[in-house]
Write a protein that binds this ligand. Structure first.
Ligand SMILES: [Zn+2]
Length: 264
């Protein structure tokens, strides 16, 4: 394989690496995005649950007090009957004292029940309005998390496609070249091929020798930057090659891709 063709392979591989990286970011950030969406929902739900808890608590209190009121009212009735059968003043006074105590407890329960009923009315309205709001929120959460899930699925498919495509390109290159560029890639933040503009490496901005620059422009030889070790290419001489219809036998799929490449 000629140097020019190798460089075109490298260029495609670098583009694929970039696409893979941006899609991996989508996948990696998805859990945090979902956590954030659900967190917002939980905040609203917590508010709702607090109001609902207060409502249930009051309702239970009213129920218990009403039961006790029944007992107290029955007691008061019994004391009234007892009063009619008392034999002496001492008994009469004793029962009257009991009746007063029962009356006081009845009054206390009735006051609390009344206050609770009023608060329950208010809470009921709050719950109704919050409930409507929460079901809207739930729908929103479902839509938003659905969007994240769909984006992840798409990103995973894209990573798989690009990985397979890169493996194919690598298999067509000499093993030692693949070994070197993989090493540079891992040491240099994923960038193993960089453009030379006006004789300068665009990653580290070190100049290349004029003779080397000529060879890079002609794509007649593979050169690595003497400073950052990245492979170098001259975009105006190589990028149009990506656009060419599949002249070489192994470029059948990349023809379509090149037409979609906005950088060309
Ligand atoms: Zn460099």
């Amino acid at each position: 394989m000629e140097a020019r063709e190798q460089l075109i392979h490298l260029l495609k591989m670098q583009d694929l690496a970039r696409t893979i990286r941006s899609n991996r970011e989508i996948i990696d950030h998805a859990p945090a995005r979902i956590e954030e969406i659900e967190g917002r929902f939980r905040d609203r739900n917590t508010e709702y649950v607090a109001v609902k808890d207060r409502f249930d608590e009051l309702e239970k209190d009213v129920r218990e007090r009403n039961l006790e009121l029944e007992t107290l009212l029955a007691g008061r009735k019994k004391y009234s009957e007892d009063l009619m059968q008392v034999q002496n003043q001492r008994e009469y006074s004793a029962i009257l004292k009991e009746v007063d105590q029962v009356k006081a407890r009845i009054a206390e329960h009735e006051d609390v029940v009344l206050a609770n009923m009023e608060e329950l009315e208010t809470l009921k309205e709050e719950i109704a309005s919050m409930g409507a709001h929460i079901s809207v929120e739930r729908e929103k959460v479902a839509v938003e998390t659905g969007e994240v899930d769909a984006a992840v699925k798409q990103a995973e498919a894209e990573v798989a496609r690009c990985t397979a495509e890169r493996e194919q390109l690598e298999s067509e290159l000499p093993a030692n070249l693949v070994g070197t560029l993989t090493r540079v890639e891992s040491q240099r933040h994923g960038l193993f091929l960089v453009e030379v503009v006006d004789g300068t490496c665009q990653a580290c901005f070190v100049r290349v020798r004029p003779q080397v620059y000529q060879e890079i422009k002609a794509a007649s030889k593979l050169h690595a930057c003497g400073s950052c070790r990245r492979y170098l290419y001259h975009a105006p001489s190589l990028r149009p090659a990506l656009e060419e219809p599949a002249a070489q036998a192994d470029l059948s799929t990349s023809g379509v891709e090149a037409m979609n490449d906005p950088q060309v």
